[in-house]
Design a protein around this ligand. Structure first.
Ligand SMILES: Nc1ncnc2c1ncn2[C@@H]1O[C@H](COP(=O)(O)OP(=O)(O)OP(=O)(O)O)[C@@H](O)[C@H]1O
Length: 712
């Protein structure tokens, strides 16, 4: 890191005769000609190399006043020479710079391949030299880079598809391909499509459809899967297949009748919410927050309302902050993907263009249902407010739409990296200037566990409301009948694993802990208890923000990167067994239930593909293929960690935050590090339907109930 104060020099990456120029209107032609004459850092590098070789040929040596850049990479030039007046020259003073090549998106195939060649080739005297590999000239940079073996990613993804195709199921293979496109750096999507087109369209071919129709249907399925994730297939490829709009015609009559039927079953407090929403719709806008602990029927009320409103031909969209909650709603989407929020800037902006089809769709929406709202940062709410004002051109909150937020402030709040309590609270939607505009309705009756032990239910509410635990510290004794004094892994998983219980039984139990580190260790322990052979997958780790020069990357040796397992990333050394439970770490396909947090069981372990099955939910038992993808992590570190690995972690144990939204028959709560954040104890203890399902391991037999009362 001694380079910190070294100046950084940006180096151009442009195709032949495509250097940028500045021009005035009307002078374009002159400017273009001028541009071609002007040397850039790149063309000057070619020229410097050429001069070396010309001198060698004519004089047999390189004179002292000539730049000798033989064996020097383009990005290294500023370390040795200076660039003045369109030429690389000997440095006059001692200041050295670090070179960085301009970032190029992998989707800009030609320039990306050129950049890859520049990273790996020295002594090039021209573009043609870069395009010549092993004496063969390649018309395209992409082909040259492949021939030289620098685009190994393409080969990796091709092999992944080959392996996935052998597991054989066309819809799964299409899902797999979409994941590869979205999370890999694929430069040859079209080529891969044509290579595997028969595998992609096999289900339609099987129905004896003509080949062209079958391919069009498969291609359309890719478009729809991409759209459902808020992405566009034509970013990767745009082929001339006929567009077949999915058949999602709404049966208004059915919705209207179903809405009426469900409404007739509501309890009074639920009916009050329905009435308030219908009034808001009638009066042309309204903001409502539905508060309710788990099981109080929030989702049931949303479903009732969605049916009623669709029966009235209104446009509604259900969204949720976390993927798992979104996948439980009909056509549910995550907030960030639906509104194209920039996660990188903390959701302060959206990338939706006001002239786009998405903007038009938003302007036409009538009602938005936003579940798990307390987990959303206030910036997301404020950005969505502004977005609706912009797309509708109506300067009212949310452009006059009806917005229904729902959730439970007793549960965990938005995660703010490495920040303290104050930041967490100030990041909550309750601290937004929009919050006072929401009318709050409370659902209190637990509709899920109506027959459960009243005393336990009221104990849990006491925990959630911060009435249990010592004032200030939250310390409370672990109730005697919840205590585990022995080995928690053994108590929760021992007999299940020894007796060879089926997946469905094993999936109904879990160990929860406040920190990632404890969960990782516990997973290792339980994985060893699982019968069968262990397979180890090592990740490929790199420093990768595409701006780093060779010297930056060298500051972070691979062994150092390998040791990192930040939360949200799979480990470098991923140990799995057939029958092991794993948790997905990315929203791969929310529409199909593949969300960040979804638990799966491993069925088959290939080299580049895992075949897993859903263990719960509407897809239970269904197979899914998981590829190795590129996962990025840059929070709190001075570089981007790029890890290619299966986006899964063992899921016998998980953090309490990850368990939010899931229900188990039995949990073990591992508290060798104490609970530290708002709502964690409440979330942990409410994951089971009954008290008998809970075992707590805690030193000194105490636990901490942390509740920020000013957020409730
Ligand atoms: N009025 C009702 N009539 C019949 N069943 C109901 C009613 N309200 C809720 N339920 C049922 O109670 C259970 C819990 O309801 P629901 O899932 O909607 O709660 P929730 O508040 O969304 O819970 P969570 O926050 O845990 O997701 C569900 O099985 C639901 O079908």
């Amino acid at each position: 890191m001694s380079d910190r104060s070294t100046p950084v020099m940006q180096l151009k990456v442009h195709l032949k005769n495509a250097q940028g120029v500045v021009y005035k209107e009307g002078e374009e032609k002159d400017a273009a000609e001028r541009g071609q004459l002007r040397e850039t850092t790149l063309t000057a590098w070619f020229a410097a190399n050429k001069r070396c070789y010309d001198e060698l040929e004519s004089a047999g040596m390189i004179p002292e006043d000539v730049v000798d850049c033989r064996g020097i990479y383009y990005v290294e030039m500023p370390e040795h020479f200076q660039f003045t007046k369109g030429k690389w020259t000997l440095r006059k003073n001692a200041t050295r710079s670090i070179g960085r090549m301009h970032f190029v998106s992998p989707r800009d195939q030609k320039r990306f391949a050129l950049r890859v060649m520049l990273l790996n080739v020295t002594d090039a005297k021209s573009y043609e030299d870069l395009q010549t590999v092993g004496g063969v000239f390649y018309e395209k940079f992409v082909d040259a880079a492949k021939a030289a073996g620098y685009l190994t990613e393409d080969i990796f993804y091709e092999k992944s598809l080959e392996e996935a195709a052998s597991f054989h199921s066309a819809p799964q293979l299409r899902g797999f391909f979409v994941t590869l496109l979205m999370f890999g750096e694929i430069h040859n999507a079209e080529e891969l499509w044509y290579r595997f087109v028969d595998d992609f369209s096999e289900d339609f071919l099987y129905k004896h459809l003509p080949k062209e129709k079958a391919e069009a249907l498969a291609y359309n399925d890719l478009i729809d899967r991409m759209n459902a994730m808020g992405e566009k297939l034509d970013k990767w490829m745009s082929l001339g297949y006929e567009r077949i709009i999915p058949d999602d015609v709404i049966d208004f009559d059915y919705c209207s009748k179903e809405g009426d039927r469900m409404r007739s079953t509501l309890v009074a407090e639920q009916e009050e919410v329905v009435k308030a929403v219908l009034d808001a719709v009638k009066s042309g806008g309204g903001l409502i927050y539905v508060d309710g602990p788990g099981g109080s029927g929030k989702t049931y009320v949303y479903l009732t309302l969605i049916n009623i409103l669709q029966g009235m031909h209104l446009k509604v969209i259900p969204i949720a902050w976390i993927g798992i909650a979104a996948s439980l709603l009909p056509h549910g989407r995550t907030v960030a993907s639906f509104f194209h929020l920039n996660i990188k800037d903390g959701c302060k902006t959206s990338t939706i263009h006001l002239q786009s089809a998405e903007a038009k769709y938003l302007a036409e929406l009538d009602v938005v249902f936003w579940d798990e709202a307390p987990m959303s940062p206030k910036s997301s709410l404020e950005t969505v407010d502004q977005l609706f004002r912009d797309v509708t051109k109506i300067d009212k909150p949310f452009g006059g739409k009806v917005i229904i937020l729902g959730g439970d402030f007793r549960q965990c709040l938005p995660v703010v990296d490495r920040k303290g309590t104050d930041e967490q609270i100030s990041n909550s939607i309750k601290r937004s200037h929009l919050w006072p505009l929401f009318q709050v309705y409370h659902l209190k009756t637990n509709m899920r566990a109506q027959n459960a032990d009243e005393e336990w239910k009221s104990f849990l509410l006491g925990v959630g409301d911060g009435l249990k635990g010592e004032e200030g510290t939250g310390v409370m004794e672990v109730p005697e009948d919840l205590r585990c004094d022995g080995d928690l892994a053994e108590e929760i998983f021992g007999s299940l694993l020894r007796n060879g219980s089926n997946v469905s039984e094993i999936s109904k139990v879990a160990i929860l802990s406040p920190t990632n580190q404890q969960a990782l260790q516990m997973n290792q322990k339980v994985m060893e208890m699982v019968p069968g052979e262990m397979k180890t997958y090592f990740s490929v780790d790199e420093v990768g923000d595409n701006q780093n020069s060779h010297s930056d990357a060298a500051n972070f040796p691979t062994e150092f990167l390998n040791k990192m397992t930040p939360s949200g990333l799979p480990p470098h050394k991923l140990e799995l067994k057939v029958g092991a439970l794993v948790m997905l770490l990315r929203n791969l396909e929310v529409r199909n239930g593949l969300c960040n947090g979804t638990r799966l069981v491993v069925r088959e372990m290939g080299e580049r593909v895992l075949r897993c099955a859903f263990i719960s939910g509407p897809n239970e038992g269904g197979d899914v293929l998981i590829p190795r993808i590129k996962l990025l992590f840059d929070s709190g570190i001075p570089f981007v960690l790029q890890r290619r690995q299966f986006p899964v972690r063992p899921a016998f144990a998980m953090t309490i935050n990850k368990a939010q939204g899931q229900t188990f028959d039995r949990i073990g709560l591992l508290l060798d590090a104490p609970i530290f954040a708002h709502g964690q104890l409440y979330v942990a203890l409410t994951r089971t339907r009954t008290k008998d399902g809970i075992r707590v391991w805690a030193p000194e037999k105490v636990m901490h109930n942390i509740v920020y009362k000013n957020i409730l």
